[in-house]
Design a protein. Sequence first.
Length: 364
Amino acid sequence: MSTALKSTASMRAAVWHGRHDIRVEDVPLPSDPPADWVQIRVDWCGICGSDLHEYVAGPVFIPVDAPHPMTGIQGQCILGHEFCGEIIKLGANVQGFAVGDLITADACQHCGTCYYCTHGLYNICERLAFTGLMNNGAFAEWVNVPANLLYKLPAGFPKEAGALIEPLAVGMHAVKKAGSLHGQTVVVVGAGTIGLCTIMCAKAAGAAQVIALEMSSARKAKALEVGANRVFDPSECDALAEIRAATHGLGADVSFECIGNKHTAKLAIDVIRKAGKCVLVGIFEEPSQFNFFDLVSTEKQVMGSLAYNGEFADVIALIADGSLDITPLVTGRIGLEDIVSRGFEELVNNKEHNVKIIVSPSPI
């Protein structure tokens, strides 16, 4: 269902108009939430890699040629999906939540009726409407979302951590796709936000050794800070040789490609042993060529991992009990009015020194 903006009152929001064209502007307030939806006052919302992809290379996910079949969104869209906030209005039939609840929300708005939804795979719904990309999102003062995507946060849960649940859920979903990591050697290619989250989740899942591949000096340090056992810089060493040396000549059991680049995807496949698993997590902006006989001859398994499928609950529990510490991930806190200059442009121009910049609709 569309969260089309119909009210005459206005709020401030960051709206995507095109590549390198995000504007903080006055937009109408969301209408009252329809049945089974809620309205949330946003506390914090993180700038995601997918938001950045839309800024520098979009449209990637945002529908421009035709309206989205479920939401009607086309062209302009309020960005933002890594958020937490407080429920301020309930639509009809909403149960289990109350006005004043502190919540976060899964971003995978889905139809509930297609083959994938009815088989528990809502994250690959045939009409998937990702909040902040295919429906209006949370770089705004208020946002409407379906109640079936909500997760109530425990008492005392830090609000800033609420904006990190979504990227950690991406890492957790990828880790679950790989199967048991207990006692295994894992390689994470790329130590950006999703790479760092994947490192944290792999360690929480019992990986014996996590090796990160990263060229940025600041992110190499971050990888070690969040739990990587070793970090290799492919620009300074033969990463494949180093990984084989660390694994008795075999290669890693599992790798995670967290960049979305055709060259690093091949590297992620190369670093695993025969019959190993490679999970592709990054968002790819261009097609690539690959010799599939490399998979046939080694029985390596390559799989994709999109977003999450219920992992918010796992992440909330791990943050609440102290198993996951989000502190190293937050490198900037800004107000909504500064989201372009101190958010998107900062991430483009100073990627070396940034991981997650979180945005408040209120002045900082």
